[in-house]
Ligand binder design. Structure first.
Ligand SMILES: *[C@@H]1O[C@H](CO)[C@@H](O)[C@H](O)[C@H]1NC(C)=O
Length: 127
């Protein structure tokens, strides 16, 4: 009897696992969209750029890193939003960016940097 319950619990646990993860399977770097627009302002003679990072997915994603080799700015960038760590920059301290949410920051440099999503962890916090 106890064995029967145990044997049916294993596939059930597995099924629940698949359902939870299955909902998030489409969330990846492909759903991180980055848009850069010129703000129109100039900081110390350099054009200012407004960067919007969107998690265009139904689940949160955390530990979002962008490749940002050589990144610099003539205006200080809030490190709690975008922190340079070598060739990569960590977004919002690695905290989850919720489903369909975005985060924005500005920097000033000429020319603008090509910021590309480099890694992220898909969350299980799905909408
Ligand atoms: C979000 O993803 C959908 C479907 O792939 C796409 O049509 C839409 O343009 C994306 N939105 C943004 C803001 O990137």
């Amino acid at each position: 009897m106890a064995t029967t319950i145990k044997n049916s619990l294993i596939p059930l646990t597995f099924l629940v696992f698949i359902i939870i993860y299955g909902l998030c399977e489409d969330c990846s770097l492909n759903n991180i969209n980055i848009g850069t627009v010129r703000s129109g302002k100039e900081i110390e003679g350099k054009p200012e750029w407004e960067v919007t990072v969107i998690n265009n997915c139904s689940c949160s994603q955390s530990q979002i890193k962008l490749s940002c080799k050589g990144f610099q700015s003539s205006e200080s960038v809030d490190a709690s939003v975008f922190a340079k760590q070598g060739d990569f920059c960590l977004l919002i301290n690695g905290n989850p960016l919720k489903a369909f949410s975005s985060v924005t920051f500005s920097y000033a440099w000429d020319p603008p940097f090509l910021l590309l999503p480099s890694s992220s962890l898909a969350g299980h916090d799905c909408s």
